[in-house]
Design a binder for this molecule. Structure first.
Ligand code: PMT
Length: 403
């Protein structure tokens, strides 16, 4: 008997070839000490019989909303209330579509509507299906409803394609469920420094050069890091956002101030995440008085600011250095060049020409590049959710590197 034996995990199995991995998942969850019950859709039963799941979970398997075995309860409500966590694995495009639209036409989708427990979905499907705008739209909707998605991994798919769409491994899913219940804080004991927002480079007392960064992405990164247990310092350019809970905020204005603030934290930092859109140029001369307009044009001579990330890359000892790259073209090429040139460990590339992504938006769509050709693309997501996914992806990659 351990503390996990108090936790009830309801696994909803929907119909795809990855059902065979759901058998291993139910077995691993049971071995880890969870109480596991299984619901199967009709199409899942085309792949594996309920008896297999019954043997693995040591509970009867539910397949039919109208098959009321116990007259003292209504089965789908009873199951929905029983669950501490509902895990849909594999989650097909079909169940994602139905859940996104509130359809309840079988035991799985009815329980998904009836439960108040957290719901996770682990999709598995063909790579083109996963990339289809309808699936992306449905996943987004479910995200907004608070459903957590465990991204499929990349590799050889049963349909013959190689790409993203494999159900996450049962061991990994079991680990995530364990982490969820034990409240694991994977960045506990780490100091994470995040920069956010724009910088302002003064021309005179009333004018400055800046850019459209709102700080939303950087603030989301800081909030996610703190949520994962990191001692988090947020070095912020001028933005008007509320301070994320549990984060120490250092306010800066210019690139130079931001550089000094980051360097002051750098020795003790384990991770530095450079989300800020730092000005590359500043006026060579800062006028002490307001510049007066005059006849004709006006030339403003600019000089380079310090490249903070480049400087951190030069001074790097034990730190993990994560940069961002906002690009309008040749995104991959420039991101990889920055990874190399700035001695970063990861570059998170934004194509800022994408609709509803990049500067001053609530959502973002990025690709994470790492050393040795590591690359992971994320769909358009709310910046807060994306930040969690990015940190988790980096943690997982670092874990894999250590193994
Ligand atoms: O703030 P939001 O409105 O939410 O928008 C988010 C964002 C688009 C600003 C963010 O996601 C992003 O892409 N940030 C990086 C923008 C940028 O300046 O990219 P860059 O390609 O110019 O710089 C590459 C990296 O070097 C960045 O990590 C940047 O912080 C760093 N840099 C750049 C110039 C400089 N002088 N010093 C730096 O440290």
């Amino acid at each position: 008997m351990n503390e996990l034996s108090e936790k009830n995990v309801l696994v909803c199995v929907t119909g795809g070839i990855a059902v065979y991995k759901a058998v291993a998942l139910v077995s691993k969850l049971s071995q880890a000490g969870f109480k596991v019950k299984v619901i199967m859709t009709e199409s899942a039963m085309e792949f594996v019989t309920p008896l297999t799941f019954q043997a693995m979970s040591r509970h009867e398997v539910y397949t039919d909303t109208f098959d009321e075995k116990d007259p003292s309860v209504i089965a789908h409500i009873d199951l929905a209330d029983w669950a501490d966590l509902v895990l849909v694995a594999p989650a097909t495009a079909n169940v994602i579509g139905k859940a996104a639209n509130g359809i309840a036409d079988d035991m799985v989708t009815t329980v998904l509507l009836a439960t108040t427990a957290p719901v996770w979905m682990a999709p598995a499907m063909n790579v083109h299906m996963y990339d289809h705008p309808a699936v992306i739209r449905n996943i987004r909707r479910l995200h907004d409803d608070g459903i957590r998605f465990i991204e499929p991994s990349e590799g050889f798919l049963a349909c013959g394609y190689v790409g993203k769409g494999r159900l996450e491994e049962p061991e990994k899913l079991t680990e995530l469920v364990g982490g969820f219940f034990s409240g694991t804080k994977p960045l506990q004991g780490k100091k994470v420094v995040v920069t956010a927002g724009p910088t302002r480079e003064r021309i005179d007392p009333v004018r400055f050069l800046t850019n459209f960064s709102s700080g939303k992405m950087g603030y989301a990164m800081a909030e996610a890091a703190a949520g994962m247990g990191a001692d988090t310092v947020l070095i912020s350019g001028p933005v008007s956002l509320p301070e994320p809970p549990g984060v120490r905020v250092v306010r800066t204005e210019s690139a130079e101030e931001m550089l000094n603030a980051v360097l002051a934290e750098y020795d003790k930092a384990d991770w530095v995440i450079k989300t800020a859109a730092v000005a590359d140029y500043k006026p060579k001369e800062v006028h002490g008085r307001k510049m007066k307009k005059q006849e004709g044009g006006q030339l403003l001579e600019l000089e380079r600011t310090a490249d903070i990330l480049l400087e951190l890359g030069r001074r790097k000892s034990h730190q993990l250095l994560i940069g961002f790259a906002a690009e309008t073209n040749d995104v991959e090429k420039y991101a990889k060049e920055k990874l190399e040139k700035k001695n970063a460990d990861y570059i998170i590339a934004n194509d800022v020409t994408e609709a509803n992504a990049g500067f001053n938006t609530d959502d973002n769509k990025v690709t994470l590049f790492g050393k040795h050709a590591f690359e992971q693309t994320f769909p358009l997501l709310p910046k807060k959710e994306l930040a969690k996914r990015l940190l988790t992806a980096i943690l997982e990659k670092e874990d894999a590197n250590d193994r």
